[in-house]
Design a protein around this ligand. Structure first.
Ligand code: PLP
Length: 461
């Protein structure tokens, strides 16, 4: 059962620096009526995040209206790559809305033409056709559909298996959830499609075997023959830990896919648009997938997703058979174009690489002090700090939860822990975060670990 935040205000130490400000109890007593309304009218499932009421957010800071201000390590949920509340994006949205074209379904519009052309020009060969959608899950569903359509076309109806990875998260809709590798999230499905299978992700931590032979062995153990695989889908890095696969593994996977007419899909919903220090996460592997899915940071704001793919695959479905009501919504397209301009013009991938190097250096220094940190994964401005029970190879979800809470009280905002056993403290600030803010926020994390672990040591002693 996931942790739930209490709505009882607690006195917390006041904090005032040039970047962080905590000047009230938390949750803020005056905000309780808003929180209570959310609790009354939204499903329980929506209660997962810290109960601070966002009022406005700018750059790498989030503010409530009670005078508190956090350094943001969440980017919402890895959305605001270009920074929160960027004026250029606000202006583009306002201009498009003022033009009175708010929506146009699949009817042509100039702004949609501009966006698909822009996206195509950013993609490496052969990812030159673009289908715009609204959510990451929807983009993954589309990729699954294309893999199966392609598989059946080139290999008959038996070639329909979608291979994905243990612990993966690809969304919450029926298909994307089945492609995911977290069994507890799939219990509601009851009759799982046996054409979705998972193999361990080669992170060298949860799964020590990072060889491609290991991948093949796990397929064989599950009775899967290569000729029956339609597609392999992976998060470019695993969202639950921020771990990447080894480069050699990905080269072998690419080759095997080529040899067996299997489509390789990189789910770039988190990794795309500069997050990992390159424009697209798959660049770290030196391979190009057949399909890539995007969302989140593509607009730094409004909901828009995309599938980029090989033209022959993207054209498998005939006229009017791959559509969506809000495909390429005009206002969302304007937001995406403005956000992409910022990411490109300010060279945010390179900035994420440099600032990310500082972030990872600091995280590794903190890890060196505490055996309870089992690993630090990630590249650029994404990191997963894996909390473990000391002396046992088990995730420590309680420690991760405490760290997120302590950081929140000290003015550094994260979403709740993710990953196996809820043990990963995930760090993903907007790519415009300054070095000063990285140093200050990692000092807060350091303090939080010292504080949480000294209490534990005191109890143990
Ligand atoms: C890698 C990945 N794919 C897909 C999704 C689903 O995206 P959405 O929540 O927009 O449907 C997510 C969301 O967290 C994700 O991280």
């Amino acid at each position: 059962m996931a942790h739930e935040f209490a709505l009882t205000p607690r006195a917390v130490p006041r904090i005032e620096t040039s970047l962080r400000r905590i000047v009230t109890d938390l949750p803020v007593p005056e905000s309780l009526p808003i929180l209570e309304r959310l609790y009354r009218y939204e499903p329980v499932a929506m209660r997962g995040q810290p109960p601070i009421v966002w009022d406005h957010a700018e750059g790498f800071q989030v503010h409530d209206k009670y005078g508190n201000c956090w350094i943001d390590w969440s980017s919402g949920v890895l959305i605001t790559n270009a920074g929160h509340g960027r004026q250029e994006i606000v202006d583009a949205i306002t201009r498009q809305a003022s033009s009175h074209l708010l929506t146009n379904y699949c009817f042509p519009s100039e702004i949609r033409a501009r966006l698909v052309e822009r996206l195509s020009s950013l993609m490496p060969e052969p990812l030159k056709k673009i289908f715009l959608l609204t959510t990451g899950s929807e983009a993954v569903e589309c990729a699954i559909k294309l893999c199966r359509t392609h598989g059946v076309k080139v290999g008959g109806r038996g070639k329909h298996i979608i291979v994905s990875f243990v612990d993966a998260f690809h969304g919450r809709t029926l298909g994307s959830q089945q492609a995911g590798g977290i069994p507890s999230l799939k219990e509601w499905i009851v009759n799982l499609d046996h054409g979705f299978i998972q193999v361990p992700f080669p992170d060298g931590f949860r799964n020590p075997d990072t060889s491609f032979d290991g991948f093949m062995r796990r397929l064989t153990e599950q009775g899967v023959e290569s000729q029956n695989v339609a597609g392999v889908i992976l998060e470019t890095y695993q969202g639950g830990s921020a771990a990447f696969a080894p480069v050699e593994f990905m080269h072998s996977l690419r080759q095997w896919c080529n040899g067996h007419k299997v489509l390789l899909v990189c789910d770039e919903v988190q990794a795309g648009f500069g997050r990992t220090g390159t424009m697209f996460g798959f660049e770290h592997y030196g391979i190009v997938p057949d399909l890539a899915t995007f969302g989140k940071g593509i607009t730094s704001s409004l909901p828009l997703a995309a599938v980029a793919g090989r033209p022959d695959v993207m054209d498998l479905h005939g006229v009017n058979t791959m559509t969506s009501t809000h495909t390429g919504n005009a206002v969302c397209c304007a937001a995406a174009l403005a956000s992409i301009d910022i990411v490109v013009n300010e060279n945010l991938p390179e900035r994420a690489r440099q600032t990310g190097a500082l972030l990872h250096q600091r995280l590794n220094e903190i890890k060196a002090k505490h055996p309870q940190i089992g690993a630090v994964f990630g590249k650029g401005l994404v990191a997963g700090v894996c909390c473990m029970h000391h002396g046992a190879n088990e995730p420590d979800g309680d420690l991760a939860w405490e760290i997120v809470n302590l950081c929140l009280e000290k003015g550094v905002l994260m979403f709740t822990p993710v990953g196996f056993g809820g043990g990963t403290v995930k760090i993903a600030p907007p790519l415009v975060i300054s070095e000063e803010a990285i140093l200050e926020s990692t000092a807060v994390l350091d303090e939080a670990f010292e504080q949480a672990l000294s209490v534990r040591h005191a109890f143990a002693g």
